[in-house]
Write a new protein. Structure first.
Length: 349
């Protein structure tokens, strides 16, 4: 069979593509298979960061090389190896570990991006949000909603480290980012410590209050309360096959996720418990809080201990197992996917 006509047609098509490309046009039929896929496809890879042996020494060296004021935010980015150069841990989320040394202040600013802080090391430093400070302890979950003034300070004699999670890639995708520095390093404190918890965190709301944002009016969720809730749940119910005992942080004004773009979760794995295989469309970042165990993601096994961080990309089969009782914190873009009707999960047996 003579294939000259096919070769000639291919050459003619390529000439056509080159010609229309000069007018910012392109043939969808040449790209459709990579745009509309049968299942999620992500370049993000499973990845793991050993906090004590790898990350912490580098973080402390960064503390000797640059001040918190110079850096504005002294953070080591946790960059997914499949997303090199993109400053992202998943396609939609940023993660990094931030260090504040004794006596330092991370200057006040605000930005369009929403942020969470999960406290990894140290006790007693503060985050201030819109005039209210919260004193932070390991395991606390703290949020800084979009376009709120916030600064951090460490009045203790020990380093303070937390995991930052932000929706930077989402805001970047939408070209919706703004940022503004404050005219002072720290904002004026206008409300006492614990004020937002008293107003909004007791299953009650001020009688005439109405929400003005989609984020939770409670910006600090203490680990002690989260841990007590998990303990009670474990005492009263059998573990879920895929999650163990798992709770999500909520906005008490709406019952929805605490942040509109990032969902946060805490789960307890009983000693000796192994979860069934599971996958979902939201790529998820995990931090080991208590205990030791391992997570298998496809063909990759991560053996974790307290303060280690790992990421499970979108639609990757994975399962956890714990030696003794263990607790994992996690966050993902699930709220966005749920609002858009895109979120999907699959449970293995």
């Amino acid at each position: 069979m003579n294939d000259t006509p096919a070769v000639a047609l291919g050459a003619e098509r390529q000439e056509f593509y080159d010609r229309i490309g000069a007018h910012s046009l392109a043939p969808l039929w040449e790209r459709l298979h990579s745009l509309v896929t049968r299942a999620p496809v992500t370049p993000a890879l499973p990845a793991y960061w050993d906090y004590d042996n790898v990350v912490r020494p580098h973080l402390l060296q960064a503390g000797r090389l640059i001040t918190a004021k110079e850096a504005e935010r002294r953070v080591l980015i946790l960059e997914n190896p499949g997303l090199a150069g993109q400053t992202a841990i998943t396609h939609s989320l940023f993660a990094g570990l931030q260090l504040i040394l004794p006596g330092e202040v991370a200057p006040a600013h605000r930005h369009s991006q929403s942020a969470l802080r999960f406290i990894v090391e140290g006790r007693g430093a503060y985050t201030a949000v819109e005039g209210e400070r919260t004193v932070m302890q390991p395991g606390d979950f703290v949020i800084t909603p979009s376009w709120t003034w916030h600064d951090h300070g460490n009045d203790t004699d020990q380093p303070m480290v937390w995991l930052d999670g932000l929706d930077i890639p989402i805001v970047r995708l939408l070209d919706a980012g703004f940022a503004e520095p404050a005219n002072a390093e720290t904002q004026v404190v206008t409300r006492p410590v614990g004020d937002s918890q008293a107003r909004f965190g007791q299953n009650m709301l001020p009688v005439d209050w109405t929400p003005t944002t989609r984020s939770s009016p409670v910006f600090s969720y203490p680990y002690a309360r989260s841990r007590d809730a998990l303990t009670a749940l474990a005492r009263n119910d059998a573990p879920d096959a895929c999650h163990g005992h798992k709770l999500r942080y909520v906005n008490p004004a709406s019952g929805e996720h605490a942040m509109p773009t990032i969902g946060a979760f805490m789960q307890l794995l009983p000693g000796g418990f192994a979860t069934a295989p599971y996958r979902s469309t939201d790529g998820t970042v995990y931090v080991a809080v208590e205990g030791e165990g391992e997570t298998v993601v496809g063909d990759t096994t991560f053996r974790w201990k307290p303060r280690d961080v790992f990421v499970v990309p979108s639609w990757h089969w994975h399962h956890h197992s714990a030696a003794g009782e263990a607790v994992l914190f996690s966050f993902s873009d699930r709220p966005v996917q749920e609002k858009l009707g895109l979120w999907r999960e699959e449970r293995g047996s």
